[in-house]
Design a protein around this ligand. Structure first.
Ligand SMILES: C[S@@+](CC[C@H](N)C(=O)[O-])C[C@H]1O[C@@H](n2cnc3c(N)ncnc32)[C@H](O)[C@@H]1O
Length: 264
């Protein structure tokens, strides 16, 4: 009895360690697509941060995706009670200036913590489209919505390169603690910018790399300068609008979609 309990504990510790090391998701490892690097925008380096995937975009290493975890540890971390105290999510939501009727895309929604907070602000006729690539996260999101009786959040399964959002359909797209772990940041930014209406906003919420006091692993943090550099490609049609520095750990970096210019 004692022995089987010991074996069970050892197994759980082993599973958790593997999950923490590999972020538990097959897709975390560079895919064949990544490895062949048909797209020369990215660079692969052998010498890199163990918390990153060894793939670099404009000099920045992409982080491992935070997996759901074999026992749901990833989702539990996102839903932790102390998160409001640490990250002041209520202040984040206030700073977004959400209005009834808006269509919001929460990209990398995870188990839906941020989607749920935004959903009531856009009632009665607005909605949040919660996009994620992990089915376990979307399943947990659905359960959470059911428990909370929220009907204006729509889960949507994306892919590593696309959100599956309709073109020019979104007033505000937001990525909270997501962008640094997108395996194809260029392709995703192109896709997201296409989904924005003219004048729509794209909001990056990233842990401040400029601040060594923010207790998050380096590849999971980003500087404001790097975010601006990566969002600057002309084809995205994004213009930096403001950076909100009111949160304890994260900066909120806001871009606006410019009206399409017609060719000559
Ligand atoms: C650290 S979690 C953040 C979840 C949520 N935004 C929050 O703050 O509670 C990052 C999420 O991004 C998702 N993700 C990673 N790459 C993605 C992609 N290409 N498209 C959509 N979601 C993605 C992951 O599956 C994960 O659920």
């Amino acid at each position: 009895m004692k022995c089987s309990r010991w074996l069970l504990s050892a197994f759980l510790v082993l599973m958790t360690t593997c999950w923490l090391t590999l972020s538990s998701r097959g897709e975390d490892k560079p895919t064949k697509d990544t490895a062949t690097l048909a797209d020369s925008r990215y660079e692969l380096r052998k010498d890199h941060d163990p918390n990153g995937i060894g793939k670099f975009f404009l000099g920045r290493e992409i982080a491992h995706v935070m997996g759901f975890g074999p026992m749901g540890q990833g989702a539990e971390w996102l839903e932790r009670a102390v998160r409001e105290k640490e990250e002041k999510l209520s202040l984040l939501i206030k700073s977004l200036d959400l209005k009834p009727g808006m269509v919001i895309a929460d990209i990398g929604a995870g188990s839906g913590v941020i989607s749920v907070l935004m959903a009531e602000k856009v009632l009665p006729d607005g909605k949040v489209i919660a996009v994620d690539v992990q089915q376990e996260m979307l399943d947990r999101l659905r359960d959470n919505l059911k428990k909370l009786k929220i009907s204006n959040v729509e889960p949507l399964k994306g892919t590593q390169k696309t959100t599956q959002l309709k073109p020019s359909s979104v007033d505000l797209a937001i990525m909270v603690d997501v962008y640094h772990e997108l395996e194809f940041p260029y392709e995703m930014l192109l896709d997201i910018s296409k989904s924005l209406k003219s004048g729509g906003r794209l909001v990056f919420v990233e842990y401040r790399k400029e601040d060594p006091e923010v207790p998050i692993k380096l590849v999971h943090k980003m500087t404001e300068e790097q975010v601006k550099k990566e969002a600057a490609s002309a084809e995205f049609g994004l213009k930096w609008s403001k950076t909100i520095g009111a949160l304890p750990w994260q900066h909120v970096i806001v871009f606006e979609k410019q009206p399409a210019t017609t060719g000559e």
